[in-house]
Write a protein that binds this ligand. Sequence first.
Ligand SMILES: Cc1cc2nc3c(=O)[nH]c(=O)nc-3n(C[C@H](O)[C@H](O)[C@H](O)COP(=O)(O)OP(=O)(O)OC[C@H]3O[C@@H](n4cnc5c(N)ncnc54)[C@H](O)[C@@H]3O)c2cc1C
Length: 454
Amino acid sequence: MKQKAEVVICGAGIAGITTAYHLAVAHGVKDIVLVDERAPMSLTSDKSTECYRNWWPGPGDDMVQMMNRSIDLLEEWARASGNVFHLNRRGYVYATCNSENISGLEAFAQEASDLGAGEVRRYENGKGGYQPLAAEEFEDQPEGADLLTSPDLIQQHFPYLSLDVVGLLHVRRAGWLSAQQLGTYLLDEARAHGVQLLAGTIDDVLVEAGRITGVLLADGTEIETNVFVNAAGPLLDKVASLYGEELPLHNELHLKAAFNDQEAVLPREAPMVIYADEQQLPWDEEEREWLAEDDETRWLTETLPSSAHTRPEGGLQAQTILLLWDFHNDPVDVQIPPELDPEFPELALRGLTRMIPGMQTYVGRLPKPYIDGGYYTKTQENRPLACPSEVEGAYVIGALAGYGIMAAPALGELLATHITGGELPSYAQAFDLVRYKDTDYQELLENWGASWQL
Ligand SMILES: Cc1cc2nc3c(=O)[nH]c(=O)nc-3n(C[C@H](O)[C@H](O)[C@H](O)COP(=O)(O)OP(=O)(O)OC[C@H]3O[C@@H](n4cnc5c(N)ncnc54)[C@H](O)[C@@H]3O)c2cc1C
């Protein structure tokens, strides 16, 4: 079978869907075919924690500006759709039990603020004015971030946190949404503007004289096209190899657990809560000795990274909470479906007990958890790609790591602008493969620092 299309997009995850949406709805491009071998949003895009924030580190203000644009779009779509995807604005709360880490939180806050993420308000002993979060609202909420360093004030607003929490940063242009509903809303809009969703596997991408001429599906269907968008998520490099391009990427497996918080340890109105301290898990002496004896488990007795985090999932009447903690970030080969470590929920839970002592009630007797996970596809410096490729007519959108749901609205818009030839935003070059040809950027890459990215 042979057909023709103006644009073929490989992948109906959030990256492919936002690109199709912007091309069809904003630019009026006709004859777009969106091909996926799975159900839309079902490989990585439904495994996410579904959170967003405009709070990003440098160098440069590109991540902050791009995320601000993305959140503008999310808010616009929430208004237009009657908020079908449940956008909230509860914020991210980073908590520390170590007074020496407050200056780190402050520096992190000041850096993002200087890059355009909003002002930092400081609340010390006895200083009022901190505005508590609104659980279900996204309109008319504070911007920037609040730094609370009075334990009394912290307890007043976050009584489920440990009395040992001495510093807390509440990032305000942040929250979460339903990614599945967002994807469905955008896909429905795109289809109403003529986008065709096609079930199938893209097996080959045809190139003649350095130009895209079509794609070949596993069932033998050939689609003639001069524009091909690679939005294949963790399979981005595999699909790029079909048109002869090598992308500088690696994949990491990240897991997430959910369980019923029957004891209501985390209030339903809570924000996303992140433990900002490194830690050693509180094993008893016997457990510690036993774990330390084995090469496979010794790491559990050592200092583990910061960023164990949790948030309520579902409405105010629900009980589910999510648990996450990225203690392994090694590059791995992609395996679909990935292998899920059954020990993960218990470890992530233990990682939260210092910050939220009530979690202790579940240690060793966690109500049956649900585990899932997917791949963070990353460039070396964890910045995304949304740009043309070396092959004329080929484009790539991906390497969205742990921030694809929040970034795809702006990156899909950026890629649609590349394809249709409009004026590019200030952050375009930062997410373009051409950055790797810039010698100043190569120097920057050599000194790229660790960051607070989730
Ligand atoms: C545990 C976890 C937590 C996360 N938390 C957050 C968060 O809080 N906030 C946030 O913004 N992001 C988060 N993310 C990241 C986010 O989920 C991803 O960045 C995003 O979903 C990637 O979207 P994608 O469209 O690039 O890839 P995918 O969703 O994987 O879509 C790619 C699609 O391409 C298709 N495909 C591939 N090859 C072919 C082919 N040859 N033919 C046809 N189809 C093909 C696949 O079937 C798939 O549907 C998290 C991710 C994980 C794993």
